[in-house]
Write a protein that binds this ligand. Structure first.
Ligand code: UFG
Length: 334
């Protein structure tokens, strides 16, 4: 049986593809190559180049023989950008997900693992976010992810009401995904802390901490960083549970329950590279919550999944992958 991974040529999606391959599960990558790179996809895995918003393409891929389910990673992912270009998020993340789900229903594909985000919570009013924490997205991106979760819920409910075979789904809410599982795949997101830091260090520029007057121990923002390979393995656990017909919750938060500040991340980078990383302190970035930390407890209990990689491994693997790309002249943000 085969799983389709939308966005499978991207930083996170290609790690998902590898995690499936490691478990002997075949995948087909569907990616518009907007931010994906063919070089990220393991050799031997088919790449279908196109958009999730294309109903004909989606029907063709999902209508193939032996498709067991979809891991739906493809999306526009920058919360900050989405505030200025809201309709793009809705076109790709909402309409694309609707097209994908229609193709699933039309083809009898009834297992979906959806990439959701901590952004559905906005600025949480709690030190430890759980799956039940109120959802108050503060960007079109976060809204589009919450709508995606709702669409899955509604499609499943309709299947039940209509007496159709169960439509099985879960949403994995990523917190701050960093690190590399293989040195050939690196995060090139121009808006995220890790790639910005690594690019600055290799290019001899001084990174900026966005605000040090937050209500946190050192004044910089606190996040829950998680290794991309741990995130990827959660998809395998979710896909297996869906395919096996085991009970699966509508959503799981993927984090480690450990809050780390921006300044602590800079310190961890300095430790790994063996020299200090000087930084400037700038203004707050609009929309950044002081602290957003979750726990992986629900996914651990119900999916048998665990995040096993610590912060040092996240930083060291990210640094190794960035360096390799820099040495090859291919390291670039965007
Ligand atoms: N930061 C800096 N300097 C930089 C870049 C980032 O200080 O040059 C800080 C940010 O202000 C933030 C922290 O580093 O406090 C992490 O920032 P990222 O942009 O890496 O990550 P975010 O926490 O903003 O965003 C992540 C995901 C989003 C998702 C969001 C939900 O990347 O897709 O979590 O909380 F929407």
């Amino acid at each position: 049986m085969t799983w389709v991974v939308t966005g499978g040529a991207g930083y996170i999606g290609s790690h998902v593809v590898r995690a499936f391959a490691d478990e002997g599960i075949d995948t087909i990558v569907l990616d518009d190559m907007n931010s994906g790179r063919a070089s990220f996809v393991p050799s031997g895995v088919e790449i279908v180049n196109g958009s999730i918003t294309d109903p004909v393409l989606m029907a063709g891929v999902l209508g193939r023989e032996g498709i067991e389910g979809v891991v739906h990673v493809a999306a526009l992912k920058y919360a900050g950008v989405s505030v200025r270009e809201p309709l793009d998020s809705f076109r790709v993340n909402v309409e694309g997900t609707r097209v994908l789900l229609q193709a699933c229903l039309d083809s009898g594909v009834r297992n979906v693992v959806f990439s959701s985000s901590a952004a559905v919570f906005g600025t949480p009013d709690t030190d430890l976010v759980t799956e039940e924490t109120p959802k108050n997205p503060e960007s079109p991106y976060g809204e589009s992810k919450l709508i995606g979760e709702w669409m899955l819920r509604d499609v499943a409910r309709a299947a039940e009401l209509n007496g159709e075979p169960p439509f099985r789904h879960t949403s994995l809410r990523y917190f701050n995904v960093v690190g590399s599982g293989v040195p050939t795949v690196y995060d090139a997101s121009p808006h995220n802390l890790f790639p910005i830091l690594l690019a600055a260090v290799t290019e001899g520029r001084t990174p900026t901490v966005f605000g040090e007057d937050y209500n946190t121990p050192d004044g910089s923002c606190v996040r829950d960083y998680i290794h991309v390979s741990d995130v990827a393995s959660a998809h395998v656990a979710a896909a297996r549970a869906l395919a096996a017909g085991s009970p699966v919750s509508p959503a799981y938060n993927l984090g480690r329950g450990e809050g780390v500040s921006v300044k602590e991340i800079i310190g961890a980078v300095a430790d790994v590279i063996g020299r200090p990383v000087p930084y400037d302190v700038g203004a707050r970035r609009p929309g950044d919550p002081d602290r957003i930390v979750t726990s992986g407890a629900k996914a651990e209990a119900e999916l048998g999944w665990q995040a096993t990689r610590d912060l040092r491994e996240m930083v060291a693997s990210a640094w190794e992958a960035w360096n390799l790309a820099a040495a090859e002249g291919t390291a670039r943000l965007g």
